[in-house]
Design a protein around this ligand. Structure first.
Ligand code: ADP
Ligand code: MG
Ligand code: MG
Ligand code: MG
Length: 395
């Protein structure tokens, strides 16, 4: 549903969000509603509206016309709100239980009205606190297989695939990824951010010509391989998890890119947890890493065998080639994510929240070392066990 009255952009207040919720008839006109802005306030507002009497809740997410990074504002297209809503809807066609329901959108206001998920927990926060999410890898493996297969040439008529690739063109948000993941961390630029104790490790990366060449190849894949409709920002902060449920949010970076990118970003964010944990607790995360890949590969294979377009199904060895490339790409993209979250502009709480200074620095060195190994060895990674071996060696 789209709002009927013509609107122009203005940033919502909590009061305006309540009015809006009534206008779209999400609640009765007489309902007593409260509203809280619960977003991180960097790129977007997230308003949570609740009816006191019934406990019924919903979310209105609004894009801001700028991003507050490095202290100054940086203009950023509002179109990303429409991209986000449309990715949620498109992916929701294939995995309705793994994404929030979208109730309404308004392009001019850059808002998405969606299901409230606050009975769940952001996976990153939960994992940092040692929470077990037994469904996490099963659900994300399935999410990856379904959303990526069904939006790719393997599962779609080529006309429809190209129509979608054009609809989900997202150049400004892609540019952020191109700079922050594939470029800046590998060169000495001002926006990089790291502790002084990491100076030598950072310089080693900036002087590593072999590594830079491999990262340039990965960047080329990201720039040119319009393989499937990606989430585009699938870190553990984009996932709500609970004992019996998983939901993927925040696909504003969605676009047509290489399948391995979504897979690799998720794996990298699990890898941060393998770095900070020991023993059994570490093993739980290793099991999630293995299972994510195993579920992805087996579901993707089943979809290929039962639903792929004829020409692909019949070519011997082609599925194995595609999956092999997805794994190698995912390993390389994971390596880039490990490095950029350690010395680049945007960090992860998994490492930054470690209070003991020596420990934190040593974990960060391990993240950099692991990232480098993953990028350089990605083509030799024939199975998920090979990735797990690389993680062990870097300890
Ligand atoms: P951003 O693009 O600014 O990162 P997110 O979509 O990741 O925005 O949302 C930021 C935060 O707002 C989330 O970490 C979560 O705490 C909250 N949030 C977002 N969507 C929902 C939702 N559907 N239900 C409950 N809380 C949400
Ligand atoms: Mg955020
Ligand atoms: Mg987010
Ligand atoms: Mg976001």
């Amino acid at each position: 549903m789209t709002l009927t009255a013509p609107t122009t952009y203005k940033s919502l207040t909590e009061e305006a969000a309540i009015e809006l919720a009534k206008t779209i008839q999400a609640f009765d006109h007489t309902a007593q509603l409260t509203c809280r802005e619960i977003g991180d306030g960097n790129l977007n507002y997230v308003f949570q509206i609740e009816e006191a009497a019934t406990g019924k809740r919903l979310i209105i997410k609004q894009a801001l016309p700028y991003a507050k990074v490095i202290g100054e504002s940086w203009p950023l297209t509002l179109k990303r709100a429409t991209i986000e809503a449309n990715v949620l809807k498109k992916h929701g066609e294939f995995v309705p239980s793994l994404v929030p329901a979208v109730h309404a959108t308004d392009e001019a206001l850059a808002i998405t009205v969606m299901e409230d998920l606050s009975h769940l927990e952001i996976a990153r926060e939960g994992l940092i606190n040692g929470r077990q999410f037994p469904r996490l890898s099963q659900d994300i493996g399935e999410y990856l297989a379904q959303t990526l297969f069904h939006t790719s040439d393997y599962g779609l008529h080529p006309f429809e695939k190209k129509r979608l690739a054009a609809e989900f063109s997202n150049p400004e948000l892609c540019k952020i990824t191109e700079d922050l993941i594939f470029t800046d961390p590998f060169f000495d630029v001002d926006t990089n951010d790291y502790e002084p104790q990491l100076q030598a490790a950072a310089e080693a990366i900036w002087n590593d010509r072999k590594l830079q060449l491999e990262v340039a190849k990965l960047k080329k894949s990201f720039l040119t391989e319009a393989e499937a409709l990606l989430h585009g920002d699938l870190h553990t902060g984009s996932i709500f998890a609970g004992p019996a449920e998983t939901k993927v949010i925040d696909p504003e970076f969605g676009f047509y890119g290489p399948i391995g990118f979504d897979v690799g970003l998720f794996l990298a964010n699990l890898i941060f947890q393998t770095i900070t944990r020991e023993g059994e607790e570490r093993q739980e995360i290793v099991a999630h890493i293995e299972k994510t890949w195993e579920v992805f590969a087996s579901s993707f294979t089943e979809l290929w065998q039962t639903q792929s377009v004829e020409s692909f199904k019949e070519t011997e060895g082609y599925l194995e080639y595609v999956l092999g490339k997805v794994l190698a790409d995912a390993v390389g993209f994971a390596g880039c994510e490990l490095i950029r979250r350690t010395i680049g502009l945007a960090h992860v709480k998994d490492l930054d929240s470690i209070e003991d200074n020596d420990k934190r620095i040593s974990f960060k060195k391990q993240a950099l070392q692991t990232g480098r190994e993953l990028i350089l060895k990605r083509e030799q990674t024939a199975s998920i066990k090979d990735l797990v071996e690389i993680l062990k060696e870097a300890r």
